[in-house]
Design a protein around this ligand. Structure first.
Ligand code: ZN
Ligand code: ZN
Ligand code: ZN
Ligand code: ZN
Ligand code: ZN
Ligand code: ZN
Length: 210
C-alpha cells in the first residue's frame, strides 16, 4: 500500500472497493467488510446496518426485497418461506394444497384437477364428475381399488351394472356390449320378453282403436 491508511484499518469495502478505516466506519457481513453506507440491499439500496438482512448467493437483501423474490403460493398468494410444493407448474405452501371440496391436504396424496385446474382429491373428483346412473341417480364410481369405472351406456344414458335391468320384470340385462340383451322401447329398458309383450299390447290397442 502506497499510503498506509491512518486510523484503524478494516480492509477493503466489499461495495466500493475503497479502504474501510476508523472505528464505526465498517460493517462486517457475508465474510466481507463494507463501509456503513456501502452495505445496502442489492435491490433497493436501503442501508442494512442493524437491520435484518438475507444473504442470497453472497448478495444482501433487506427483508421486504428478499420476500419479494420468493415464490408466491398459488392458493393464498403469500410468499413461500419453507418447502415449496410444486404441482402443474405452480407453487404452493404444502398446507395450501388442498381439495376444493373437502379441503383435505393433498401433499403427497394422489389428486386430480378439473378443466379449470381446481384441485380435487380422487374421491371428490369422481363424486363430482362421475356419470350419474339414470335409474338410481347415484354417481357411477370405480369399485374400491379399481382405477376404471365400469358402467353401461345405453340410449345415451349411463347405468350401474346392477341398475341395468328390465323395467318390467327386473331381469338383469347383459353387461356385455351396448344394449346386448336389451330391447329398448320408447326409451324404456326392457328384456326381450317384456319388450315383445309390450309391442304386442301396443299393436293390440292400435287394432282395437281402429
Ligand atoms: Zn464502500
Ligand atoms: Zn431492499
Ligand atoms: Zn399458501
Ligand atoms: Zn376432497
Ligand atoms: Zn344405479
Ligand atoms: Zn322383462
Amino acid at each position: 500500500m502506497n499510503h498506509p491508511p491512518s486510523g484503524e484499518y478494516f480492509g477493503r469495502c466489499g461495495g466500493c472497493g475503497e479502504d474501510v478505516v476508523g472505528d464505526g466506519a465498517g460493517v462486517v457481513a457475508l465474510d466481507r467488510v463494507f463501509h456503513v453506507g456501502c452495505f445496502v440491499c442489492s435491490t433497493c439500496r436501503a442501508q442494512l446496518r442493524g437491520q435484518h438482512f438475507y444473504a442470497v448467493e453472497r448478495r444482501a437483501y433487506c427483508e421486504s426485497c428478499y420476500v419479494a423474490t420468493l415464490e408466491k403460493c398459488s392458493t393464498c398468494s403469500q410468499p413461500i418461506l419453507d418447502r415449496i410444493l410444486r404441482a402443474m407448474g405452480k407453487a404452493y405452501h404444502p398446507g395450501c394444497f388442498t381439495c376444493v371440496v373437502c379441503h383435505r391436504g393433498l401433499d403427497g396424496i394422489p389428486f386430480t384437477v378439473d378443466a379449470t385446474s381446481q384441485i380435487h382429491c380422487i374421491e371428490d373428483f369422481h363424486r363430482k364428475f362421475a356419470p350419474r346412473c339414470s335409474v338410481c341417480g347415484g354417481a357411477i364410481m370405480p369399485e374400491p381399488g379399481q382405477e376404471e369405472t365400469v358402467r353401461i351406456v345405453a340410449l345415451d344414458r349411463s347405468f350401474h351394472i346392477g341398475c341395468y335391468k328390465c323395467e318390467e320384470c327386473g331381469l338383469l340385462l347383459s353387461s356385455e356390449g351396448e344394449c346386448q340383451g336389451c330391447y329398448p322401447l320408447d326409451g324404456h329398458i326392457l328384456c326381450k320378453a317384456c319388450s315383445a309383450w309390450r309391442i304386442q299390447e301396443l299393436s293390440a290397442t292400435v287394432t282395437t282403436d281402429c
